[in-house]
Design a protein around this ligand. Structure first.
Ligand SMILES: Cc1cc2nc3c(=O)[nH]c(=O)nc-3n(C[C@H](O)[C@H](O)[C@H](O)COP(=O)(O)OP(=O)(O)OC[C@H]3O[C@@H](n4cnc5c(N)ncnc54)[C@H](O)[C@@H]3O)c2cc1C
Ligand code: SF4
Length: 642
């Protein structure tokens, strides 16, 4: 018997479609190439090499059996590709920052700065159309105003110092700064008030305990039910909901999750003159066995690199040659300020403050544990500071020339880890056909077929992308100085490919997009993409996952309407949060009465507003106090430790 829907990939996007359609009662199979970490308190450690080693770490792109090698991709340029396998995918690493996209990245935008965006590759629908889906996601995850500490105060002081105002809205409309909108639960009880591990156990502690190890996955608070772990990576949010769908929602049906299942082929048939997706073949990692199952609809959510690879290995049509092209990565860069006071850089939530520059991109503060901090300072495309420049060595508001830090200068920064302010430069970069995924002709095929080759021509990017990056790097350096930095360095990163977007892009035109406005393949019917690959562009620079997940929610609704005769629900029903008591009871296996759909009263407005969260908090007295304090604190004095 055919499944209703098979979803390939349980990372940022796949679990969203899985949970939404399971909640509607469909028979959903979710396939994941990597492992499921079912008991992370026992399976994970805070040691950086255990977690982050790209070849052997529990957070790598590789099979469940870590005695086996990681899966390779060809990177023909100086770059690093940061994508994980396993339930939760790359959200296991992520910092939970969940800003909405820049409205200028959408069709229909009519702001005075409209020409500043990548107007050739806009979203095929309006920003306004996506807002109810954002609200649905923001309630379900949930998204809250980020928990903040001393490093955020430092960032705010710098942002206020360069004349930026505070943004009190979720929408990005002018240059401004603010706390992150963040999918990490606010601390409660003992959390954030003690470092005594015995007191940081659920339910004495709830939400973020400020442990400082977001990079290594969130197991806090210890003993909390999986859906109440602080960081809302999908393994903690959407997956627990999808696996228990029948229990917390009347009419729901739990999904079937199969891990260690690497999809190697999407099979099609010709029906009525159209190519239609029919089934998926996957390889069982432990045995090498090949399994094929049929479904009425197939959803690709294997991420920006593996979606095109799977497409090519399935020999699906590529009529306009856009499959795999248009890869955007926010062409990151890294500016580091050394402060004369403690910033608590390695402590607490990884990144809780941001500044937006619509039409250019944004900046955010990032706290890192020591080994990754060292990596961040030594990863450069611009040679070595004080040495060779590799043909670049950019100059600007930072000290000296951009480049890798080494020797005593590196030692000075690492010895002062908690006096750093790291500023990540997030460029609003253009969709370019030359930046792409194709199949490697150099590496031999692995057990899943020819492997992906990821090409970024970083030195030949468009003039807008390069200019945006220089503009932001200069603003970052100014911000660090305004916060009191005695030394400011720019590293000049090569592509650090972890904000990944648009390799299977939705688009208005069939000449340069793979998907239509419903995220259905133009070439193969009943085949959808629901992950970052479906995004039409780099969304103007904000972190991509919330937008990708909001679009995935919309895609689930389109699938339900187009192929299962259902009605839309977003803006009509109240969403159920992943931390609702009914979900917790379901996760704990308690006997509970599932919730009936709560229908919203639709008034005269275009849509009902299901929730009011986060945005309201942005204007709260607490934020105002933090920002005032940051702006008023003299930079010479040492703010309190977190
Ligand atoms: C250190 C770090 C910090 C980040 N912080 C943020 C942040 O704060 N905010 C933000 O918005 N974004 C952040 N990101 C990016 C974020 O993680 C991604 O946007 C998000 O995970 C993308 O979701 P996805 O579904 O497209 O891909 P992924 O999450 O990569 O999921 C793809 C899944 O598909 C599986 N898969 C691949 N091929 C196959 C196959 N053939 N068969 C079966 N399964 C397959 C993979 O194993 C994986 O689990 C961060 C990333 C990193 C590395
Ligand atoms: S800092 Fe907070 S969100 Fe990050 S891993 Fe620790 S408890 Fe989880």
């Amino acid at each position: 018997m055919a499944r209703d829907v098979i979803i390939i990939g349980a990372g940022g996007g796949g679990p969203v479609v899985a949970k939404e359609l399971a909640e509607r009662g469909l028979e959903v199979l979710l396939l994941e190439a990597g492992p499921r970490h079912g008991d992370p308190e026992k399976q994970w450690t805070h040691f950086e090499n255990d977690a982050n080693n790209p070849l052997t770490g529990f957070f790598r792109f590789g099979p469940a059996d870590r005695a086996k090698p990681a899966w390779l991709r060809e990177l023909p340029q100086n770059s690093f590709l940061w994508q994980l396998s396993g339930v939760g995918g790359t959200t296991q690493h992520y910092y939970g920052n969940n800003p909405r996209a820049a409205p200028g990245a959408f069709t229909g935008y009519d702001g005075a700065d409209k020409s500043r965006y990548d107007t050739a590759h806009l979203f095929p629908f309006t920003y306004r159309e996506l807002i109810p889906y954002y609200e649905w996601m923001e309630h379900t995850l949930p998204v809250q105003t980020a928990a903040m500490g001393t490093k955020e105060e430092t960032f705010f002081r710098g942002a206020a110092g360069i004349g930026l105002p505070v943004n009190t809205s979720k929408d990005i409309s002018r240059p401004s700064f603010r706390p992150q909108e963040n999918a990490i639960l606010q601390p409660g009880g003992n959390a954030g008030k003690t470092t005594d591990a015995a007191k940081l156990v659920y339910p004495q502690a709830t939400g973020c305990t400020f442990c400082g190890y977001c990079f290594q996955g969130c197991v806090q608070p210890r003993q909390a039910p999986r859906n109440l772990k602080a960081k809302r990576s999908t393994d903690n949010s959407y997956i627990p909901m999808a696996l228990t769908a029948g229990k917390w929602k009347a009419g729901g049906k739990p999904i079937t999750l199969v891990t260690d299942a690497f999809a190697t082929k999407i099979n099609t048939a010709n029906e009525g003159g159209k190519l239609v997706a029919k089934s998926v073949t996957w390889r069982v990692g432990a045995t090498g066995e090949k399994v094929t199952e049929e479904a009425k609809v197939i959803v690709m959510s294997a991420g920006c690199t593996e979606d095109p690879r799977l497409w090519f290995n399935s020999h699906l049509p590529n009529q306009n040659d856009w499959v795999g092209r248009g890869y955007t990565d926010h062409f990151f860069d890294w500016v580091v300020g050394l402060m004369p006071y403690s910033t608590g850089s390695a402590k607490g939530v990884g990144s809780s403050a941001r500044a937006d520059f619509p039409g250019y991109g944004g900046l955010e503060n990032v706290g890192l544990p020591p080994a990754i901090q060292a990596f961040s300072l030594t990863f450069s495309d611009q040679g070595t500071q004080g040495g060779y420049t590799n043909g670049l060595g950019a100059t600007g508001k930072w000290d000296g020339k951009a480049g890798r830090v080494n020797g005593m200068a590196l030692r000075e920064l690492l010895e002062n880890l908690d006096r750093l302010l790291n500023v990540l430069v997030i460029t609003d970069d253009d969709v370019e056909a030359q930046n792409r995924v194709t199949l490697s002709s150099v590496f031999t095929a692995d057990e899943h077929g020819p492997v992906a080759k990821v090409i970024f021509k970083q030195r030949q990017r468009t003039a807008r992308t390069l200019a945006n990056r220089e503009y932001l790097a200069n603003r970052a350096a100014e911000l660090a100085r305004a916060a009191g930095a005695t030394k400011v360095l720019r590293i000049g990163w090569p592509p650090l490919i972890l904000h990944v977007q648009s390799t299977m892009r939705m688009g208005l035109s069939d000449t340069n997009s793979v998907l239509d406005a419903n995220a259905e393949s133009r070439a193969v019917k009943r085949l959808f993409v629901a992950d970052n690959a479906a995004l039409p562009n780099g969304i103007g620079g904000p972190n991509p996952t919330l937008t990708s997940q909001a679009v995935a929610t919309r895609t689930a609704e389109k699938i339900f309407q187009l192929y299962f005769g259902g009605d839309p629900w977003v803006g009509r029903e109240a969403p159920i949060s992943s931390i609702d008591d009914v979900v917790t009871a379901a996760v704990l296996g308690q006997s509970i009465k599932p919730k009936a759909p709560a229908v919203l009263a639709v008034t005269g407005s275009e849509r009902a507003v299901p929730v009011a969260i986060g945005a309201a908090a942005l204007g709260s007295a607490a934020l105002t106090a933090v920002v005032r304090r940051a702006a008023a604190t003299p930079v010479e004095s040492a703010p309190a430790e977190e």
